[in-house]
Write a protein that binds this ligand. Structure first.
Ligand code: HEM
Ligand code: HEM
Length: 395
């Protein structure tokens, strides 16, 4: 090797270069192989946002640590071509994930994004009015084409690197290889600006990730439509009672529970004609144990908790059936009432009543997830609701 071999990139630039090259190629493969599988979509979005973060940090790093000069013997037009490819790579490494983010924000599906199953990632601001199929498909098309542009540029980029490694100028490829060659390795440049590059990008991304949290904290409390004075003859023991729901997503069972609700119960087994129950459920408190489901349930498509923080359930037409009872349950969700039969058993021992009730709802009838999955290909139509609990007779 010649004595004037140019210095190498910094270790951080080298690490970012290879890590991002691997991630980008994996992402292109993943994009082509998502097979309508929600786990893969979420992974694609998670790694894509990670690439956006790394690209911004890498750009800032490059600003603080300019690349080592290209070998002197390299023709000017080749230097220009190499720079042009690098600039285009940066445009794509930022533009493609930004486009993906924009696309999911305006998608009629309105699927929530939870990065690596942990961090709720908001949609881009000011995109509410743009939601629609045409714009989504237009951007998705460009997004997919962007992957092909990466592939074409990569061919040029690799050809250039190999040509210059083999040709007289020497050392171009070594500039981007970690220091594996001991003394023969060209010198590293001193590195600076890590805090600026990584700290700055981290702050920006943490601020974006904090938006959904701030939104949740600032949401208006549910209006107190629950009767202040309960008229019924039973006091529910909420610590012993639960409203749960269960269904299927992509063939896997999911279960959830509503954390907060109140019920006003008038019930006497000997006067079923007068029995009534009015329950108010805080839809914001639905929890499934999976962040993606919880975020999705809160979104417009499902419970739309920003506009409808509560649902009501009214029971009427009580009849005794065998050892138990049946009633008509009218669930009013997002302002639309839907009635289904509710079957329950009630054991009254002294002043304590123990309830076990089940009803099955059609999420389509309740207008849940109707634009993202009207055919129930992902989330099964049937949702079972189970209520168990205890109540004490009022004195
Ligand atoms: C550099 C990062 C990314 C690369 C290289 C990439 C690449 C791809 C590719 C190759 C496809 C398949 C396109 C096709 O079938 O024609 C795709 C689809 C998709 N990507 Fe990305 N993507 C990236 C980042 C993102 C991000 C950050 C998001 C969202 C936050 C996203 C959301 C999507 C979605 C929703 C689709 C499906 C589009 C459809 O309906 O066909 N992508 N991506
Ligand atoms: C999608 C994959 C890739 C992308 C996006 C990419 C991107 C880049 C970018 C932006 C630079 C400029 C330096 C910087 O700002 O960090 C660069 C330099 C370099 N890349 Fe890649 N690269 C990829 C894959 C590869 C591969 C597979 C090779 C192997 C031959 C390679 C070899 C090099 C070399 C030798 C340099 C230094 C060239 C110089 O300073 O002129 N890259 N790459």
């Amino acid at each position: 090797m010649s004595a004037e071999a140019s210095p190498r990139y910094t270790n951080i630039a080298i690490a970012l270069h290879w890590a991002m090259a691997a991630l980008l190629l994996f992402m292109i493969w993943l994009g082509w192989n998502m097979d309508d599988n929600e786990v893969r979509y979420q992974l694609h979005k998670s790694i894509g946002i990670t690439i956006l973060f790394l690209a911004l940090a890498r750009l800032a790093w490059r600003f603080a640590n300019p690349p080592p000069p290209l070998p002197e013997g390299m023709p000017a037009y080749e230097k220009t071509a190499s720079h042009a490819v690098h600039i285009a790579f940066y445009v794509l490494m930022i533009g493609i994930p930004l486009g993906g983010w924009f696309m999911v924000s305006v998608s009629p599906f309105q699927v929530s994004t939870v990065l690596f199953g942990q961090v709720s990632w908001p949609h881009l601001p000011f995109t509410d009015g743009l939601i629609g199929k045409e714009l989504y498909e237009f951007v998705a098309n460009i997004h997919g084409k962007g992957a092909w542009v990466i592939i074409v540029l990569l061919a040029l980029h690799v050809a250039g690197a190999i040509k210059h490694e083999l040709a007289a100028e020497d050392g171009v490829l070594k500039r981007m290889i970690p220091g594996l060659f001991g003394k023969t390795s060209p010198p590293l440049l001193p590195a600076r600006g890590a805090l600026f590059a990584f700290g700055g990008s981290l702050l920006l991304f943490a601020a974006i990730a904090a938006v959904p949290l701030i939104g949740a904290g600032g949401a208006k409390p549910a209006p107190a439509s629950a009767p202040v004075e309960l008229a019924g003859n039973w006091d529910v023991d909420y610590s012993q009672s639960e409203i749960t729901f269960s269904g299927q997503h992509e063939g896997n069972a999911f279960n959830g529970v509503f954390g907060s609700w109140t019920a006003d119960i008038t019930f006497d087994p000997d006067a079923l004609a007068d029995a009534k129950v009015h329950a108010v459920v805080d839809t914001r408190t639905a929890k499934t144990g999976t962040k993606l489901y919880d975020d999705s349930l809160k979104s417009k498509e499902w419970f739309n908790v920003a506009e409808f923080p509560e649902a009501t359930v009214d029971l009427s037409d009580f009849r005794s059936v065998g050892a138990g009872y049946t009633a008509t349950a009218t669930l009013t969700l997002k302002g639309v009432p839907v009635s289904v039969p509710l079957n329950f058993t009630l054991d009254i021992a002294g002043d304590t009543a123990t309830l076990d009730a089940t009803a099955e709802f059609s999420r389509k009838a309740l207008n849940l997830g109707q634009s993202s999955d009207p055919g129930a290909s992902w989330v099964a139509d049937a949702v079972a609701v189970n209520v168990t609990g205890q109540a004490k007779r009022k004195r």
